[in-house]
Design a protein around this ligand. Structure first.
Ligand SMILES: Nc1nc2c(ncn2[C@@H]2O[C@H](COP(=O)(O)OP(=O)(O)OP(=O)(O)O)[C@@H](O)[C@H]2O)c(=O)[nH]1
Ligand SMILES: [Mg+2]
Length: 271
């Protein structure tokens, strides 16, 4: 029996998911070791969920400088004020980028390193899909780091020159190890909510949607201009509205749920 393209694709995705347990956390620790300054990129909507406490401790233990970057600030009015120093940015609206670049230069100037053979190393780390690569491209003013809407896009460390004296290191997104799971539906749903796992990669989109409904029901109602009771009701109404029907006039709930998750993950819905 021959292998279909779909099977190859899903095998590749699975491999990528397992890297979350093995290769990526090791790469992440390497980035911390070689960096002088670390930018932790967090989605401004889900700061707490995305903070990697274990890595933050490693950064502190190694005496490295951390700058918290709260990206996707175009998608929320929330402004978490707990972390210092913090800079709010939006790669889509191109806001906060100059402020961040100046902050990096200011911190780098405190280092004794200079010149192309001894550049200050700035590690760019964070949860999958938070916009690390997009941010690097804006900082350097060129599209050099590859970006994509699926979580797990960057697969290795990439070095990019910011100035003669400063080098940025792009890294693969890592889900904090105490949060990561390949089997717990609850954790997977959480990963989908914050964008660490793609809506197209999961088995049970209804469970993931339920997680979003729990916290953001009103945002969904506003976006779809409908009222609903719970995730099941939302799936039913969206399915009928968009005509996602199966035989017997039943709603194709998998498709309806994934459609909502897609809108959510693409940032169409303000939270
Ligand atoms: N709305 C919004 N979307 C953004 C912003 N920054 C990045 N994105 C989108 O988020 C998605 C992920 O961007 P990437 O730059 O590939 O994210 P990453 O952190 O490098 O992802 P991995 O390499 O998978 O860890 C893309 O679809 C971007 O267009 C932002 O400020 N606002
Ligand atoms: Mg990336």
């Amino acid at each position: 029996m021959s292998i279909t393209k779909r099977q190859i694709r899903s095998a590749k995705k699975l491999k990528n998911t397992t890297k979350q347990k093995g290769k990526y956390p090791i790469l992440l620790k390497q980035v911390i070791e070689v960096s002088d300054i670390i930018l932790e990129i967090l989605d401004a909507r889900f700061v707490k969920e995305m903070q990697n406490k274990e890595i933050e401790k490693l950064i502190a233990d190694r005496g490295k400088k951390i700058i918290y970057v709260l990206n996707k600030s175009d998608l929320t009015r929330k402004r978490d004020k707990r972390l210092n120093p913090r800079i709010f940015v939006s790669c889509i609206k191109n806001t906060g980028i100059t402020e961040l670049r100046n902050k990096i230069k200011e911190e780098a100037s405190k280092s004794k390193k200079t010149g192309r053979f001894n550049r200050v190393q700035v590690g760019v780390i964070g949860y999958p899909n938070t916009g690390k690569s997009s941010l690097i491209n804006l900082l350097i003013g060129r599209t050099s780091a590859k970006t994509g809407s699926d979580a797990g896009f960057t697969k290795g460390i990439q070095k990019l020159k910011l100035t003669e004296d400063i080098q940025l290191l792009d890294s693969p997104g890592v889900i904090p190890s105490d949060e990561y799971s390949m089997t717990s539906e609850e954790k997977i749903a959480q990963h989908v909510k914050v964008g660490g796992r793609s809506y197209s990669q999961i088995k049970n989109p209804e469970i993931a949607l339920n997680e979003i409904v729990k916290s953001n029901k009103e945002d969904l109602e506003k976006f779809y201009k409908i009222k609903f009771n719970d995730a099941e009701d939302l799936i039913e109404k969206i399915g009928r509205k968009k005509g996602f029907l199966k035989k017997g006039n039943e709603v194709n709930s998998d498709k309806a749920a994934r459609t909502v998750l897609k809108d959510w993950q693409l940032g169409n819905i303000e939270a």
